[in-house]
Ligand binder design. Structure first.
Ligand code: F6R
Length: 257
C-alpha cells in the first residue's frame, strides 16, 4: 500500500494546475479512463486548466467517461445550480469531453433506489473508476456522504447537514433555495476507485483536513477513510494546510504520510 501523497501549494491557482497535471497524466496513460468527477469551488480551477490544455492541443477527452459524485434532488439538469449544469458548462462546453460520456445521477427521479443501483452497475460495467476527483466538505464529507454512524457503501440518498446547506448557499439566491436532499456515490463507491485525488483549498477546511489526515478513521469524519485507500494524492493550498503545518512542523511541499 502506497502512502498518502500530500502536496502543499502556495495558493488555489497552483493547487488547480497541479491537480490538472494529475488528471492529464491519467488521460495520457489511458485515453479511455473512467473518471469520477467532482463539482463545487475546489475543482473549478482544475477544470479551467484542463480547458486551456485542450485549447492548446495538449489533451483530448473524447473517449473519457465521467461519473459525477452527486446531484441535488429536485433540480433539473437545466437548472444552473445542478451539478449536471456545472459539468456541462465547465467541462463539456470548454473541452472535447462528449456529453454522452457524462453520467450524472438524475436529481428529478422518483425511483431513487433503482437509479442509485443502476449508477453502481453502470460504473462497474464501465470497468470501475480509474481516478476519483474529490473536494472536502467542512463537515468532513466526501461526495455528499455526511458524518454518520457507519460508512455508506453504495450510491444512496442523503439528507444534507445544515452546515453543508449554509456552505453551498453561496451558489443560490438564498439558503432556503438549497435542496435538503441529494443523491451521492457511497463511501464504498469512492474507495473502489483505483486512484483518488482530493483538492482542498481555503482556511475553513484547515481544521477538518488535519482530522482527515491524522485523526482516527471514523464515519463521523467520512473523509478519514481515505487513510485506508492504497493510492491517494491530496493537494492542499497554504490556507487549507495551515493546521497540518502548525502541528507537524511541515515546511516543504511534498510529504508521504
Ligand atoms: C461536490 C461534492 C462535495 C464538495 C465539497 C466541497 O460534487 O461532492 O463533496 O466537493 O462540498 O465543496 P467546495 O469545493 O465548493 O468547497
Amino acid at each position: 500500500m502506497k502512502k498518502i501523497k500530500l502536496i502543499i501549494t502556495k495558493d488555489y491557482e497552483e493547487m488547480s494546475s497541479m491537480a490538472a497535471d494529475v488528471v492529464m497524466e491519467q488521460v495520457r496513460q489511458n485515453n479511455k479512463s473512467v473518471i469520477g468527477l467532482a463539482t463545487g469551488s475546489s475543482p473549478l480551477g482544475m477544470y479551467q486548466c484542463l480547458a486551456r490544455a485542450w485549447d492548446s492541443g495538449h489533451i483530448s477527452l473524447t473517449e473519457i467517461h465521467g461519473y459525477n459524485l452527486d446531484e441535488y434532488q429536485g433540480l433539473a439538469k437545466s437548472n444552473p445550480q445542478s451539478f449536471y449544469h456545472y459539468l456541462k458548462t465547465n467541462l463539456v462546453d470548454t473541452t472535447d469531453f462528449q456529453e454522452q460520456n457524462l453520467h450524472v445521477l438524475d436529481g428529478m427521479c422518483e425511483n431513487t433506489d433503482s437509479v442509485c443501483a443502476d449508477y453502481e452497475k453502470d460504473i462497474r460495467d464501465a470497468g470501475g473508476l480509474d481516478l476519483q476527483l474529490l473536494g472536502l466538505g467542512e463537515t468532513g464529507h466526501i461526495g455528499f456522504n455526511e458524518p454518520d454512524t457507519s460508512f455508506p457503501r453504495y450510491t444512496h440518498q442523503v439528507k444534507l447537514e445544515e452546515k453543508t446547506i449554509m456552505a453551498n448557499a453561496r451558489f443560490f439566491t438564498s439558503p432556503d433555495q438549497v435542496p435538503h436532499f441529494a443523491l451521492t456515490m457511497g463511501v464504498g463507491t469512492i474507495m473502489s476507485s483505483r486512484k483518488i485525488l482530493l483538492m482542498v483549498s481555503g482556511s475553513p477546511k484547515a481544521a477538518i483536513l488535519y482530522q482527515v489526515l491524522f485523526g482516527e478513521v471514523k464515519p463521523s469524519v467520512p473523509a478519514s477513510i481515505l487513510q485506508f485507500h492504497p493510492d491517494v494524492t491530496i493537494i492542499a493550498d497554504e490556507d487549507a494546510s495551515r493546521i497540518v503545518r502548525d502541528k507537524t512542523g511541515f515546511g516543504g511541499t511534498v510529504y508521504e504520510l
